[in-house]
Write a protein that binds this ligand. Structure first.
Ligand code: HEC
Ligand code: HEC
Length: 272
């Protein structure tokens, strides 16, 4: 009994200390401040374990085709080098200011499995600058990049420079073949297309901005932006190109794919 009392006292004291820590604002979020060694260890270990665990069931396709790596080179130059750099190529200034610093992938490819590299590239890493590419690159594109990374890891700066001069052109990925409409995927897409920075959206944590109208009951409205009838097809048109419908709309064209627009429209329709 006494042990129980002592334990619950301890739990209460810890909770109180936690509340004081949070409310005091004492923790420094500045990107120029290093984590303390124990905090760094905790975050780094949790992250590594998490990636290993989640990438467990990812099965890589054959990756040793030079054509695949060549395609990966072009995709890396278009989407990754700005942050991760390459032999003889520095990351862009904005990337140098990130905390944590984007890893050197030429080095890292020796330490991670292809499945782990793919998983991180596809889903990104929360609370770091590492973006998720799921809504912007296909799985085939991502595997091409993973196939290229070992090449990057062996390359001299000179070889890298001359190869970069003759990059193969990569056609933008077409829309994948029609798939089942998935409102849950649409809900995740609302965050991935920055809808959450302008709209309050029920069911999406952190979406409480008021730049655009709130999307509560979006499925019950008669009109979209007061202009066109609120049908599924019109919603898809609106999400893909608002300014084609409302020329001076402050809502930007966000590069939404047909599939992602369908998924988001299905989620919005469910808000009644
Ligand atoms: C806006 C900057 C940025 C861009 C663009 C970017 N990354 Fe990252 N990346 C990061 C940051 C930041 C990290 C986190 C490093 C950490 O936590 O150790 C990271 C981590 C990673 C990791 C995991 C490293 C590890 O420690 O396991 C991989 C793999 C990766 N990125 C691949 C890519 C690929 C592939 C692309 C291009 C499709 C890409 N990144 C584009 C910023 C970026
Ligand atoms: C930069 C801010 C911004 C972003 C980002 C943005 N919107 Fe909007 N949105 C607006 C504004 C402003 C309006 C009102 C536009 C108008 O009437 O022309 C609007 C209108 C809408 C409407 C019509 C609402 C109504 O009352 O009829 C919907 C639906 C919508 N946005 C959904 C989205 C979705 C989904 C995304 C992400 C793909 C998104 N918005 C991204 C600013 C934004």
């Amino acid at each position: 009994m006494r042990i129980l009392l002592a334990l619950s006292g301890l739990v209460l004291a810890l909770a109180a200390a936690g509340a004081v820590f949070v409310a005091s604002g004492i923790y420094d979020f500045a990107a120029t401040r290093q984590h303390t060694a124990p905090v760094y260890w905790l975050i780094d270990t949790t992250l590594r374990r998490s990636v290993r665990n989640h990438a467990r069931d990812v099965v890589p396709p054959p990756l040793d085709d030079p054509a695949l790596a060549a395609r990966g080179r072009a995709l890396y130059a278009a989407h990754c080098v700005q942050c991760h750099g390459a032999p003889g190529v520095a990351p862009e200034p904005f990337a140098l200011g990130l905390m944590p610093q984007p890893a050197n992938l030429a080095q890292l490819v020796r330490e991670r499995s292809p499945s782990e590299l793919f998983w991180v590239a596809k889903y990104g890493i929360k609370t770091t600058g590492m973006p998720a590419w799921e809504y912007r690159l296909t799985d085939d594109d991502l595997w091409a990049i993973v196939a290229f990374l070992p090449v990057l890891g062996r390359e001299s700066p000179q070889a890298h420079r001359s190869a970069a001069g003759a990059l193969p052109r990569v056609a933008p990925a077409g829309d994948p073949a029609a798939t089942e409409v998935d409102p849950e995927r649409g809900r995740a897409a609302l965050q991935q297309y920055a809808c959450t920075t302008c709209h309050t959206i029920p069911g999406v944590v952190g979406a409480n901005a008021h730049v655009g109208p709130p999307l509560a009951r979006a499925g019950a409205r008669a009109f979209i932006a007061g202009t066109i009838p609120n049908t599924e097809d019109n919603m898809v048109r609106w999400l893909r190109d608002p300014q084609a419908i409302h020329r001076n709309s402050a809502m930007p064209r966000l590069g939404v794919t047909e599939r992602d627009a369908r998924d988001m429209a299905a989620f919005l329709r469910s808000l009644r």
